[in-house]
Design a binder for this molecule. Structure first.
Ligand code: ZOZ
Ligand code: NAI
Length: 313
């Protein structure tokens, strides 16, 4: 039932009339990896013209393939008894997605640019500086960063009033939340447009200030880290910790399963970044077991092993 509600939201939002509710018609998504491909998918489903950008043509080809497959999953649900309409939905959504390896060229026609590239301040700065010089005056810039400061990311652009955070969750087509982050200089008009756009692409939006981890990750990262520490101390087995939180707290995945799903390198990267910035915060202290697993290449699902072993795809 819950799933049908989610797909119902998707169904309502790929109609053009829903897209009309947002001032944004043309969106450029930069970074065609895990998150960027999901953001491109939900935007195209909602009737937006999307340009998906990555430096790597191979990544773009892989993204298009996974978007096609995921749209097929949606179509199967929404058009259960109307397969032809389902095929039309997939074809039309796919036709709205163009790809490019040139971020600057792609930004020239964008009403909104959503950045979902590597979680590195220097690389994000370089990209936004380049985009700021060429994007139209009205274009809004947003970052999908998990853990970096929106104010710090936007420090290099002139359009600070047209900059904010749009933080999606993995897997983007399934997770219903969008955190809309207001930076210190985000204007009311930009904030309103971001909220409307989030709704138009089928998400429930919440507003948050530019604080470490916003809302979800500020709670989720310490929770996952506490679970790793619990396991490291030998207080319970990995399986029992995960079973406890699934059956005792109703979470869809246990904390160690979720850590493997997100990637242990990502867990470590976020923790290290926050520890460097807030060395006195005990919740952000480094975890020897996490460091060991990462140094051994045991990065979770994507590496075939983390807290658990997985079949490599
Ligand atoms: C210290 C580190 C802290 C975090 C670091 C940074 C990360 C961030 O910044 C923020 C984040 O994203 S945090 C992660 C948030 N995500 C979660 O918590 C996911 C929790 N897991 C779930 O919800 C389900 O297990 C899940 C939905 C994943 C899978 O559900 P199920 O277990 O029921 O499995 P399925 O039956 O296969 O899937 C349910 C339906 O969803 C569809 N689906 C699954 N994966 C999909 C995907 N990737 N794309 C599109 N559709 C997908 C699947 O098709 C299925 O639908 P039906 O087949 O129609 O039932
Ligand atoms: N993985 C997750 O669960 C979540 C990640 N995020 C954030 O989203 C962003 C992207 O994360 P993922 O999609 O997981 O990473 P990913 O590694 O899957 O994808 C990043 C892509 O960006 C491309 N890229 C790097 N530099 C680029 C540039 N200058 N121009 C164009 N493309 C470039 C890479 O080729 C790569 O394909 C990060 O800021 C991350 O913190 C946010 C929510 C959840």
């Amino acid at each position: 039932m819950k799933k049908m509600v989610q797909f119902g939201v998707i169904a309502r939002n790929f109609s053009n009339s829903s897209a009309m509710q947002s001032a944004i018609k043309n969106i450029t998504v930069i970074g065609g990896g895990l998150m960027g491909s999901g953001i491109a998918q939900v935007s195209a489903q909602a009737g937006q013209n999307v340009t998906l950008v990555d430096l790597s043509p191979e990544v773009l080809a892989k993204s298009q393939k996974s978007i096609g497959a995921n749209l097929g999953r949606v179509a199967k649900k929404v058009y259960k008894d109307k397969p032809q309409e389902g095929e039309k939905f997939v074809a039309e959504s796919m036709a709205r997605i163009k790809t490019s390896t040139d971020p600057a060229a792609a930004a020239k026609s964008a009403d909104l640019v959503v950045e979902a590239i590597v979680e590195n301040m220097g690389v994000k700065h370089k990209l936004f500086q380049q985009l700021d010089a060429v994007a139209p005056e009205h274009t809004i810039f947003a970052s999908n960063t998990s853990s970096l400061s929106i104010n710090e990311i936007c420090s290099v652009v002139k359009r600070k009033d047209r900059f904010g955070g749009l933080h999606f969750f993995n897997p983007v087509p399934v997770m219903r939340l969008l955190e809309v982050v207001r930076g210190a200089e985000t204007s009311d008009a930009t904030y309103k447009t971001m909220m409307e756009w989030g709704k138009a692409v089928g998400k429930t939006c919440i507003t948050c200030k530019d604080t470490p981890g916003f809302v979800v990750n500020r709670l989720l990262v310490p929770y996952i880290c506490e679970a790793i520490r619990l396991y490291e101390r030998g207080d319970a087995s990995a399986r029992d910790i995960d079973t406890a939180m699934k059956l005792g707290a109703g979470y869809p995945m246990g904390p160690l399963e979720l850590a493997d799903y997100v990637g242990l390198d990502t867990n470590k990267f976020i923790l290290d970044g926050w520890h460097n910035k807030y060395p006195d915060q005990p919740l952000f202290k480094p975890i020897p077991l996490l460091n060991k697993l990462v140094s051994e290449g045991k990065l979770g699902v994507k590496a075939g092993e983390g807290f658990y072993k997985y079949e490599k795809k």
